[in-house]
Design a binder for this molecule. Sequence first.
Ligand code: ZN
Length: 734
Amino acid sequence: MAGEQLPPEQVVAQRQYAPDRRVDIVHLKIDVTPDFTNRTIRAQTTLRFVPIARPLRELRLDAVELAVSNITATAAIQGWRVETNAIWITFEQPIPPDRETAVTVDYSARPKRGLYFRTPELGYRPEDMHLFTQGEAELARHWFPSHDFPNEKFTSEVICRVPPGMTVLSNGRLAGRTMDEATGLEVVRWVQDKPHVSYLIALAAGRFAGLEDQWRDIPLTFHAPVSQSGMATNSFPDTRDMMAFFERETGVLYPWDKYGQVCVQDFVAGGMENTSLTILTDRTLHPASVGRLRSSQGLLAHELAHQWFGDYVTCKDWSHLWLNEGFATYYENLYQGHRHGRDAFLWSMLQDAERVLANANDTTPIVHRTFKQPDEQFSFRAYPKGGWVLHMLRSQLGEELYRRCIRTYLERHAFGCVTTEDLREVIEELSGLSWDAFFDQWVYHAGTPSLEVEYRWEEASHLAHVTVRQTQKVSDQVLLFRFPLTLRFKGEGLLEDRVVTIDSRRQDFSFPLPKAPQIFRVDPEVTLLARIEVRLPRPMWLAQLDDAGDMPGRLLALRHLAKNANEEVVRRLGRVLREDGFYALRIEAAKALRRIHSDAALEELLAGIDQPDERVLNEVLQALGGFHDPKAYAALRQRLDGCENPILRATIFEGLAGCPDEDIDALLIGALEKPSFDNVVARAAIGAMRARENPAFVEPLRRYLETHPDRFRAADYGRALVDLAHLARTLEDK
Ligand SMILES: [Zn+2]
């Protein structure tokens, strides 16, 4: 089909735009009765609306697979019809503009998407039975009819009728909980009296256990399925600190009546930022015993940031999704910095940069209209690249001016819908500068700069010569970039920054310096999203690896040196593993030593096994397991004694899979006995059993799987059965 020209009207039809708003929805009320046994709902949704600008004869509502039984209205209805994706209601007389009208739709549904049951019939524990909804991107229409697109905001209420004793959570504030004697059901009513978009309307109902807290006068709640509620305390305590941080950072008080967070089982994503009620995957729950190997901070901070970015102001259509996700990603990183220091913040930014640069040949801009499904927009462009756009803005504006811009943007568009131009306008207005080029290259065009930097010192003239080349493929989609670039020269008694503007294919610079620098750094403060390759003599890399105040520099040096490791480098990596002040660099050193895989590298890993931070220790244990060496196995076995951390224990059992010692078999069988978090220890032991191909495991494993299916998640249990079958096959072979 290459080269085929489409007629112009079809070309337009393929692009994605916001739909027309024929009416202004004022309020939407859902009254829903779930049937947990049959996994269906009966519901009545009422919309109050006002036609915009012209008389309205027909009202169209988004609705998918709703079995509509009746429709009534405050205006006379001539008829209605249900199509695959919509309900059409025809009024006898056109409704004049600005006349408020109410329409009520009675229906039932067995939603395949949008609303999800977790019931014993589906293999979930009876004591955890629940349901939850997911609206974004366009799934709300699977459980209630509305204008299901983010260019329309309205207030809402959700009434849910459940068996007594169940918890019902929804947006806004709790407005009533009464008993309906006729049905024996409890009627719980939540009201969101601040406008929001359809995809943010949420419901979670069922058997949850909860914790409560408070930030200022804002009630905070945290719920988890009953059987997992013991772990809730480990996820929740940071919420108040996050609230305080985001209010200070944005300059805008938390805009909703309460903040609830609820964990549900087999959630469809990591988390969803429904207004005032974030729904989270239960996989974020963890016991204290795992230490720093699990954390809910990133996820919770991301979803909480959305309460400002995405909920309070919402992207008008999916082409501007980065205004939701880029902000949430960036403010999650800012929170990491607030909580764990500047290196933690920079580390998050560097990891995000890697996610973007892994797609270096991408030719689609952040804002574009050529996606087929809105779900495609939830990609590295909206998340890490969007976050990086904000980071570059903040770096170039300065923190104080950046904060003023963001606060103005939020206040000006409070409870409104936004596009990228709304953000650009505020920044231009407050900074006085033109940001056309910035948004043009980073947001409306694709790609990232790829830089090759050469450095040369000329002793005779005391000049540092620097050549910068932009080598990315330039096209209609990817521009030649223009940006400020900081070059830093460091040495004893020397610290000089030179900021140059890069705007060409190749630029040469010469800087007079009092003496030869020992370290030369490009973009030392991590303010540019670019692949940067610097060519330096080896002594300068070694000096950079020792620079205690420059974590990003040490990371670059470590990675560069590890590519061509000699004995000296292996020794230096060992020193990083034992002594570096930042945990992630110690992890990088362990990974590098594992890759180098020499006897000397093993010695350095063994010498670096005493790690107080579990994240580093786990990496060292994994690295040791990869060596298949008696000394490494001995070290792993030794670490097992007294180790109460289930994830570390699991890593050790995985590492021992290849150990030839026969008594390992008994150790693995013994590992099945005790339950552990997520059954992680037993699962690792079973994996090791499979790898050892010993038919003696068949009987104990069969017994274990028969007695303790409840310790597994369904998918994990299936995998364990496959492992058992694999081992039993060996038995038959013999
Ligand atoms: Zn998000």
